[in-house]
Design a protein around this ligand. Structure first.
Ligand code: MLT
Length: 397
């Protein structure tokens, strides 16, 4: 068997590696608590599940879906964008369903990049922004997201040669993994930059619906001129507790959507019709369930930030996403700290360095476990941290 060389260009997918470690610990009888992947633990809202049940009873949903998406789905996305963001979308030309944001983001790399070209990718960032370009034989050019810059890329610092070969830029706010929200003026500057350099701006809007402390996240498409240069990937995974449903939409620049669609018709056969109809129920009728989830995550965020403070790890409570991004305690790097808490406390957290070189020195906690388990996990981290700082040995288990 001879696998392709392109597979050697990328590291194993972060969360696949973590999944393996968790399975090994569990097989050894250890009560491991995973704060690794961002996978909402509470069920999909009943209104969505009921809509799926009724849609699946209709044999009309059992055949190949149209790759263009059901009109009901495209219209529901347009209604949602109008109601939520004040953005007008033409459901016929400016909306296409995607099988989750991951599929969409990866396929945009295939549709827009060739060897010799590049994608500008946030560092730290969601692994697909860098793995995607590498898998298609192009290059990711990293844009550092630094705490002192509000975790926004410095677009002026991007060298001329990189601007010339870049065909895509990935941004994502509220931001995974840092939890930062879009700084004022960033989207405007990105529109200008993309226009001046003939780059397609891709905004990953996977976390716009999960925000705290009165913050309301904007869509990139609210920015004047954005539709001329960009698209947005809106995912139902995190905000609507629908990770397993693989449902997202790409919206915005109609020409970019045509290229994506042309590619996609050759790769997959679209989203299951019944899932598209369930997504309509989510978009039209699940606002209160979504708001309720932000209340749950805020409670968990405060629990985590308070506990980290007690062991001397200072974090700025994030105003969005389902993550807390924290500096590793003194004496560790990202990988060694994550290894340490896994071995000593049976708690899984994600090493910042796995999200890019500028993630080194940080770790990420996902808030997607039940309150009691999260409390137990932070208690383990707290006792271990106190022990590491000279307190009694409270090693787990
Ligand atoms: C995460 O950052 O936890 C991701 O969203 C999981 C994934 O989609 O691979």
């Amino acid at each position: 068997m001879r696998p392709s060389e392109r597979l050697d260009r990328i590291p194993p997918y972060l969360f696949a590696g973590l999944e393996k470690k968790i399975a090994e610990k569990k097989a050894a009888g250890i009560d491991v608590i995973s704060l690794g992947i961002g996978d909402p633990d509470t069920p999909t809202p009943p209104v969505v599940v009921e809509a799926l049940q009724s849609a699946v009873n209709d044999p009309g949903t059992h055949q190949y879906p149209s790759n263009r998406g059901r009109p009901e789905f495209r219209e529901a996305i347009a209604r949602f964008y109008d109601r939520r963001f004040g953005v007008t979308l033409d459901p016929d030309t400016e909306v296409i369903p995607a099988i989750g944001a991951k599929e969409c983001i990866f396929n945009l790399n295939l549709a827009f990049l060739d060897p010799g070209t590049a994608a500008l990718a946030a560092d730290p960032g969601y692994p697909v922004y860098t793995g995607g370009p590498l898998l298609v034989g192009a290059e990711p050019v990293l844009m550092p997201l630094l705490p002192e810059g509000g975790f926004a890329p410095d677009l002026d610092a991007i060298p001329e040669a990189d601007r010339e070969r870049a065909r895509l830029m990935f941004l994502n706010y509220p931001n995974n993994p840092t939890g930062a929200v879009a700084p004022d003026g960033l989207f405007e500057r990105a529109v200008e930059f993309a226009g001046a350099n003939d780059i397609l701006m891709v905004h990953d809007a996977s976390y716009t619906e999960t925000t705290y402390d009165g913050y309301v996240a904007p869509s990139f498409l609210e920015t004047p001129g954005s539709k001329d240069v960009g698209v947005e990937v809106f995912s139902l995974s995190k905000g609507y507790n629908m990770t397993g449903w693989r449902t997202a939409a790409i919206v915005g620049n109609a020409e970019a959507l045509e290229h994506y669609w042309r590619l996609k018709t050759n790769i997959d056969s679209g989203n299951f019709d019944a899932v598209q109809l369930a997504a309509v129920a989510a978009l039209d009728r699940a606002d209160s369930a979504v708001r309720e989830m932000s209340i749950v995550y805020k409670r968990r965020r405060d629990l985590v930030c308070d506990a980290l403070g007690e062991i001397g790890v200072d974090v700025e409570p994030p105003r969005g996403t389902i993550y807390v991004w924290a500096p590793v305690p003194e004496g560790y790097d990202s990988a060694s700290y994550c290894e340490h808490v896994l071995e000593e406390s049976a708690v899984v957290v994600s090493p910042g360095s796995a999200f890019g070189p500028n993630g080194e020195g940080f770790f990420r906690i996902s808030l997607t476990v039940a309150d009691e388990r999260l409390a137990e996990a932070v208690e383990r981290l707290r006792s271990r941290g106190q022990h590491d700082r000279g307190g009694p040995d409270l090693s787990y288990p």
